[in-house]
Ligand binder design. Structure first.
Ligand code: IVH
Length: 694
C-alpha cells in the first residue's frame, strides 16, 4: 500500500483530490456508525482521518468542499428514530425584514379581521430562538412522547432524548392542565455550554461544532440518549399543538400557564398594543442580543387573543397571526473568482458568484447568488472584485456590493450571455411584469425541450418534499439523464423493469443490493397523495403550500384535470383561499399545454394518485360548495373564504349546478341571477354567519 503523502508536500490539485476522497470515506464511516450502529474502524483510525482532513483544509483553505466533514456537522441523518405524525402540523413563520414589513403585517391582520384603527389589537413580542423545534406530548400531566419538527407533518421520535433536558418537566406541576397537551418550543444550547462542549471535542481530538444550533441538533439526535444527557440542552416553551380542551384566552395567558406547569418561558416576552411598541421591543431585544447567553435570530410577534388567532388561521405553511422579524444578516468580504450562469427548473437564468471560501456566521460560503442580469449590472460585479456577501439563516447567500469599485485595475464588466448556455442555445426571453414591461428574470426559451430545465425538474420530482425517492438523489438523476435512461418522471417508474437490460448492478458504485433497494424505493412510491403529486410536477408558483391548497380543493386528480381545463378554470382557482393570479394562470397553462399535459398522462400510467381525505368536520357546510358575491359588511372576503375552507367547504368562484350556497351581499349581480335561475340556495351575510356559528 502506498504511504499517504504528507499534506505539506501536496499540490493544490492533490489536496483537492485527497479532500474529496476523505469526504467520501468519512461519510461512509459516519453512515456505518450512526445508521447501522456498526463502526468499521477504530475510533483512533476515524479520528486520524478527520485530523488529516482538517490539516489539509488548514493548508489549503481554498479547497474546502461544501460537503467537507468539518462543515457537515452533527450526526448523520438517522433512519433509526421512529416517525411521528404531528396531529397538528408544525408550521413555519413568515418573515419581516424591516420595520415597514411589521407595519404592513399589523395592517393586514386588521384588514383581514375588518378592524378599524380604533379597535384594540394586541400582540406578544418575544425572541426567536435559534435552535430546533420540538413538540412534547403530555397525557394526564405525564410526558409520553417528544418529536422533532421534521417536514412539519412527520417528525422523529426523540422522547428519550428530550427527557434528559432539565427545562422539560417529566410530570406537570399543578392540576389544571388539559388531559392531552402537546407543548411546543425550541431546544437550544446556551453559549457557555457550547464553548465547554467544544473544548471537550477538541481535547478528545474531535472537530468542534460550528455553532450552537448544529451542536444542539447533533445532541438531540443522538441514538444513545445517554450521550444527549451529557449535553446540557435547554428548552423554551412558546406554543402548543394538540390539546384536549381550550386552556387559555390569550397567548399571554397560555404562556403564563405553561410557566406555572413547569416550563421555562422566555422572560423577554411582552404584550404590545401598536406597531411602534413592537418595533421598540425588537430594538431592545436586538441591543441585548449578544448578552443573552443563547442564540436568537429575530423577534416573533403573535396576535395575543386566541379567538382572533383562530379567525386568522393559516395561509399555506404559516399562520396569518404571527410573523418573525429577523435581525439583519451577517456579512463578510471575499474575492469573487468567477461568475457562472445556472439554468433552473423553470428556465430562469441565475448568475452565481463563485467565491474564495469565507466563513460567515459559522458556515463556509463559496457560492452566492447574484439574482439576475439587472442586479448583476446594477451592482457592476466583475470577476476578481472584492465583494461584500451576506447570509441570513438558511437563505442562499447573496452578494451585497463590490468593495473595490473605484479601483482602476478591475476586469472588464461581465457580459451576460445573449443566448442560453444550455445545449439548445436558445434565444433568451425576459418575463413580463404586471404592467407588461420586461421584468428582471431572463429565461431560456427551450421550455420542456431544454435539457438543463428537464434535469432540474427531475431532481425536484424525486426530492424530499415531492416523491421522496430514497437512493435516487440529484447525482443519480444527473447521470441517468445524461445517459438518456431517464428523460421524464414516468421513466423513473419504468426503470425498475429495465434494470437487467441496463446492467445496472454492474455499474460503478452499484451492486445487486443497491439496485434492489432502488427498485424497492421506486415501487414504494407508486401510490402518492395528490398534494405531493402536484408539488412534484414543478408547476411554476406551485410549491408545497399551493399544492396542498389545490389538492384539498379538488380532492382528486380526476376532478382537478376536469376543472382546470374548463373555461371557468380561472374563476374556480382564484376562489381558493390563498391562490393568486400568477399561480392560477400557470396551473391552467401547465394542464392545457400539450407537452406537460401528455407528460402527466404518461406518469399517471405508472402511479396512482391518492384522493385527499375530506377534512374532518361536522359543520353545516362541510363538503358543500360555496360562492361569495357582492360586498360583505361584517367580515372581509378573505376571512369569509378562509373560514369556509376551515369548516370543510369548497369555495368556488363561479355559480354552477354544483353550487350549494351563494352568499350574496349588496351589489350582487350576474352570479345572483344565475343562482336564482338554477335554484341554488342564496343566503345573506347574516344568514351565512348564523349558519356557520351553529
Ligand atoms: S411560534 C405556528 N415562537 O421559528 C408557528 N417559533 O420560522 C409557531 N421559533 O419552526 C412558531 N422561536 O422553530 C415561535 N418564540 C418563538 C420561536 C419560534 C423560534 C422557530 C420555530 C419555528 C420557526 C419558524
Amino acid at each position: 500500500m502506498a504511504i499517504p503523502k504528507s499534506p505539506d508536500q501536496m499540490s493544490a490539485q492533490e489536496a483537492a483530490a485527497e479532500l474529496a476522497r476523505l469526504a467520501k470515506e468519512i461519510a461512509s464511516h459516519d453512515k456505518a456508525y450512526y445508521l447501522a450502529d456498526a463502526p468499521r474502524i477504530s475510533d483512533a483510525a476515524y479520528d486520524a482521518l478527520r485530523q488529516r482532513n482538517a490539516e489539509i483544509e488548514r493548508l489549503f483553505p481554498d479547497q474546502i468542499r461544501p460537503d467537507s466533514p468539518s462543515v457537515r456537522v452533527g450526526a448523520a441523518p438517522s433512519q433509526k428514530f421512529a416517525k411521528v405524525s404531528h396531529a397538528v402540523p408544525m408550521l413555519s413563520l413568515a418573515n419581516a425584514f424591516d420595520d415597514n414589513d411589521v407595519v404592513e403585517f399589523v395592517s393586514k391582520v386588521r384588514r383581514f379581521l375588518s378592524l378599524s384603527e380604533e379597535d384594540e389589537l394586541t400582540f406578544t413580542a418575544e425572541p426567536k430562538i435559534d435552535g430546533l423545534s420540538a413538540g412534547i406530548r403530555y397525557e394526564n400531566g405525564k410526558l409520553v412522547q417528544a418529536a422533532t419538527r421534521g417536514d412539519g407533518e412527520v417528525g422523529e421520535d426523540v422522547t428519550e432524548n428530550v427527557r434528559t433536558i432539565i427545562d422539560v418537566p417529566k410530570v406537570l406541576s399543578g392540576n389544571d392542565w388539559p388531559e392531552v397537551l402537546e407543548v411546543r418550543g425550541e431546544v437550544y444550547l446556551p453559549h457557555a455550554d457550547f464553548e465547554k462542549m467544544n473544548q471537550e471535542q477538541i481535547s478528545n481530538q474531535k472537530d468542534p461544532y460550528k455553532n450552537p444550533r448544529n451542536a444542539a441538533a447533533g445532541s438531540l439526535r443522538q441514538i444513545d440518549a445517554k450521550i444527549t444527557a451529557r449535553r446540557p440542552l435547554r428548552f423554551f416553551a412558546y406554543a402548543w399543538g394538540l390539546v384536549s380542551n381550550e386552556f387559555a384566552k390569550s397567548q399571554e395567558q397560555a404562556i403564563g400557564l405553561l410557566a406555572k406547569w413547569g416550563f421555562s418561558v422566555n422572560p423577554l416576552t411582552k404584550v404590545c398594543s401598536s406597531p411602534l411598541q413592537m418595533i421598540e421591543h425588537y430594538q431592545m431585544i436586538e441591543a441585548r442580543r449578544f448578552a443573552l447567553g443563547y442564540d436568537i435570530d429575530g423577534v416573533v410577534y403573535k396576535v395575543n387573543l386566541l379567538s382572533l388567532q383562530q379567525r386568522l388561521g393559516f395561509i399555506s405553511r404559516s399562520p396569518r397571526w404571527a410573523i418573525a422579524h429577523k435581525f439583519p444578516p451577517e456579512q463578510a468580504s471575499t474575492v469573487l473568482e468567477d461568475i457562472e450562469i445556472q439554468v433552473g427548473r423553470t428556465g430562469a437564468l441565475t448568475p452565481v458568484a463563485k467565491l474564495k471560501p469565507v466563513t460567515v456566521g459559522g458556515v463556509v460560503i463559496s457560492n452566492a447568488s447574484l439574482h439576475n442580469e439587472d442586479e448583476l449590472r446594477r451592482k457592476d460585479v466583475r470577476i476578481g472584485d472584492i465583494v461584500l456577501i451576506q447570509r441570513a439563516g438558511d437563505v442562499i447567500p447573496q452578494v451585497v456590493k463590490v468593495l473595490n469599485a473605484d479601483r482602476k485595475d478591475r476586469s472588464a464588466p461581465f457580459e451576460f450571455p445573449k443566448i442560453c448556455p444550455c445545449p439548445l442555445q436558445t434565444r433568451l426571453k425576459r418575463d413580463l411584469d404586471d404592467k407588461g414591461e420586461p421584468g428582471a428574470v431572463t429565461r431560456c426559451s427551450g421550455q420542456s425541450a431544454c435539457p438543463f430545465q428537464k434535469v432540474e425538474a427531475l431532481k425536484h420530482f424525486v426530492s424530499r418534499q415531492a416523491f421522496d425517492i430514497e437512493g435516487l438523489g440529484a447525482k443519480q438523476i444527473e447521470s441517468f439523464f445524461e445517459e438518456g435512461i431517464i428523460g421524464e418522471p414516468a421513466d423513473i417508474f419504468l426503470l425498475s423493469k429495465r434494470v437487467d437490460d441496463l446492467k445496472l448492478a454492474e455499474r460503478e458504485g452499484w451492486g445487486e443490493t443497491s439496485v434492489a433497494n432502488l427498485v424497492a424505493a421506486i415501487n414504494a412510491k407508486r401510490e402518492v397523495p395528490l398534494d405531493r403529486f402536484l408539488n412534484a410536477l414543478g408547476i411554476r408558483h406551485v410549491g408545497q403550500g399551493n399544492a396542498r391548497l389545490l389538492a384539498h380543493h379538488f380532492g382528486s386528480i380526476d376532478n382537478l384535470l376536469k376543472q382546470v381545463t374548463r373555461l371557468t378554470a380561472m374563476e374556480e382557482l382564484l376562489a381558493i383561499d390563498g391562490i393568486g393570479e400568477a399561480a392560477a394562470g400557470s396551473v391552467i397553462d401547465f394542464f392545457t399545454q400539450s407537452h406537460s399535459a401528455e407528460m402527466v398522462q404518461r406518469l399517471l400510467l405508472q402511479v396512482s394518485v391518492l384522493d385527499m381525505d375530506e377534512p374532518e368536520s361536522d359543520s353545516a357546510i362541510s363538503g358543500k360548495t360555496v360562492v361569495f358575491t357582492g360586498k360583505l359588511q361584517h367580515i372581509s372576503r378573505d376571512e369569509a373564504k378562509a373560514k369556509a375552507s376551515a369548516l370543510g367547504a369548497r369555495v368556488s368562484g363561479s355559480v354552477s349546478a354544483k353550487t350549494d350556497i351563494l352568499v350574496a351581499g349588496p351589489g350582487a349581480g350576474s352570479k345572483l341571477k344565475k343562482a336564482n335561475d338554477l335554484g341554488v340556495k342564496v343566503l345573506s351575510e347574516d344568514e351565512w354567519i348564523a349558519l356557520i356559528a351553529r
